[in-house]
Ligand binder design. Sequence first.
Ligand code: GLV
Ligand code: MN
Ligand code: MN
Length: 417
Amino acid sequence: MREDHQDAVARVDADRLWRRHAEMAQIGAIPGNGVNRAAFSAEDIRARKLLVSWARERRFEVSQDAIGNIFVRRPGQDATAPPVMSGSHMDSQPKGGRFDGIYGVLAALEALEAIDAAGLKTKRSIELVAWSNEEGGRFAPCTMGSAVYTRARAMDTFLDTTDNDGIVLRSALAETLAALPDAAPRELNAPAAGYIEAHIEQGPLLEMQGRTIGVVSGIQGLRWFNVEVFGKTDHAGTAPLGVRKDAMRAAVDVINALRELTADPHDVVRFTVGRVLVTPNSPNTVPNHVLFSVDIRHPDLATVQRLGEAVEPLAREHARPCDVKVTPTLHDDPCVFDAQVVGAIERAAEDLGASHMRLSSGASHDANYMSRVCPTGMIFVPCEKGVSHNEAENAKPDDLAAGARVLTAALLDLANR
Ligand code: GLV
Ligand code: MN
Ligand code: MN
């Protein structure tokens, strides 16, 4: 590694990185050491302002696009060359942890700080990006900010989405955008020369293998659906079962059929029903409407396609006598990361003497959308027992710092190409 790059890497400040995680974790803190920072909520807005305040201390340029993605730029020598980007998300799951997403944002900020403190000039600008609504826990689907940025999805298709309280995304987004009046407007889909996302692994492999750095080869494919079952309300005490159109009973039958569809002796297929809305949601009324989410994942394109295509016919068959409507909400094919970016990350880990291994990602990430528009890779660091989407999510300060060092070195490599 070049000596000046080594100097920048040495300026990654493990304490500052850890302190910033702790400070961010206070925003939306929930019992059990977790975080509930839903996208476009008051907590999300506080986190955005805190990030921008840190960026402004270094006089980095801050901009924001129409879906609320935030960009923090350290200019390069060639103002016309597309930047190298790095980041992740600041929103969390309702019972989320202190590291999912925010680590990638803070690691990118740490890299920018270290490079700036070393006074390095880079050919390309380096840009931190904090993607909006990666989790999709409040407004589905997930990875919304990167989908819109990369033009994989049009923003109009999301704006009328509501959360469980009936709040419309359009108004929550408007409030979020207004909270950063000084951020320069930024166009969607500006070209990027490369993208690296740092993230906790959210699985147990690194810890089990005793490695610090995961060099990520790609992300498995996923399909999301909303399944709505339409029945008829009736009195729970009087209506004979044989004449009911019980939307809940039909929903359970559909879910059981989907469980059978996705049963896998090798335990590679992932199948989750994580959200259920029952109407009218009263103990003594037969439900007339049930909406539930379906999340199916597999690393192999043919399998995820086959399973996805089976959802609607299966739901029709098993919902009888109720009617059913199946709406696909997300469709991500498996992605394979760019060999040069993966190589740059692996070389950085090697040069820095960090133990590493290649692995593929079970969780989805904004890197999936970025991989469609520019050379992309990801860096994983271990998290305790692989626990994630859980308040108990935990990671070690040293591992977080090691990941930030590898990120700094890899970004410098790409930014000078
Ligand atoms: C993102 O957290 C996902 O659903 O994988
Ligand atoms: Mn995440
Ligand atoms: Mn997540």
